[in-house]
Design a protein around this ligand. Structure first.
Ligand code: T5A
Length: 215
């Protein structure tokens, strides 16, 4: 049996990751590829509990170091219990955020040492890397306006951050895309949803042989 592929979606708040991730799973299904939709931090019952811990705004300080360790703890649980088993069964996994988020948020924006992040990534992931990453890129004010327009409860620890913080996150993502242009595909996410879907289709069609010629 061939092993499945891991596709990740990245971007700042409100870029449209969740919307596009759902659409990617549907698109793959139409091309006879069974894919799991999941997210980070979270994705399994235990990892979702870690998500609540790392996102909630409580009275205690959560340092950038603690935040990084919690992200990788959730990732290790997610990999062991959902991602690796699915890939081993030959299924695809579509994940809303993965290690590039740690590089952008904890690395570029919080200033956590890049070498340490890469060492943790190697420890937790081994040689598993996404086959393809869709970086939904858009100006920060546009993303924040979209995110705020559909926000229901109080802001979490990240949603409460400043525009300057998210500019650093965006710059971190774009820098990562420059480092890995073959894996990370920059999608213009400020465009209308249909246009975003067209851009994503062009990438997916190169990965899913059954859909050749559709791009
Ligand atoms: N985090 C995560 C880290 O710091 N380090 C890590 O390692 C990881 C894994 C939670 C937080 O965790 C941090 C980063 C995050 O702050 P999250 O749950 O993914 O991560 O949270 P958000 O990014 O806040 O998710 P959002 O729901 O805000 O953003 P999405 O998923 O990008 O946006 P989506 O799809 O919900 O769309 C937002 C709105 O825009 C509309 C949608 O309909 C929706 O209303 N929309 C569009 N409108 C116009 N045109 C388009 N093209 C549109 N696409 C979507």
């Amino acid at each position: 049996m061939t092993s499945g592929l891991l596709i990740t979606l990245e971007g700042i708040e409100g870029a449209g990751k969740s919307t596009v991730a759902r659409w990617v799973v549907e698109w793959l299904g139409k091309h006879s590829i069974r894919a799991h939709l999941t997210r980070e931090p979270g994705g399994t019952e235990l990892a979702e509990r870690v998500r609540r811990i790392v996102l909630e705004r409580g009275s205690e300080t959560v340092s950038a170091t603690a935040e990084t360790l919690l992200m990788f703890a959730a990732r290790a649980i997610h990999l062991d219990n959902l991602i690796r088993p699915a890939l081993a069964r030959g299924e695809w996994v579509v994940c809303d955020r993965f290690t590039d988020a740690t590089r952008a948020y904890q690395g570029a924006a919080r200033g956590v040492d890049r070498t340490w992040i890469e060492a943790l990534a190697r420890r937790v992931q081994g040689d598993l890397e996404p086959a393809c990453t869709l970086l939904l890129d858009l100006p920060v004010p546009v993303g924040l306006a979209r995110a705020r327009s559909r926000q229901s409860g109080p802001a979490d620890r990240f949603e409460a951050e400043t525009q300057a913080f998210f500019e650093q996150v965006r710059a971190g993502y774009l820098e990562q895309a420059r480092r890995e242009p073959r894996r990370i595909h920059i999608i213009d996410a400020a465009a209308a949803l249909e246009d975003v879907q067209r851009q994503v289709t062009a990438v997916l069609a190169r990965m899913a042989p059954a859909a050749e010629g559709e791009a």
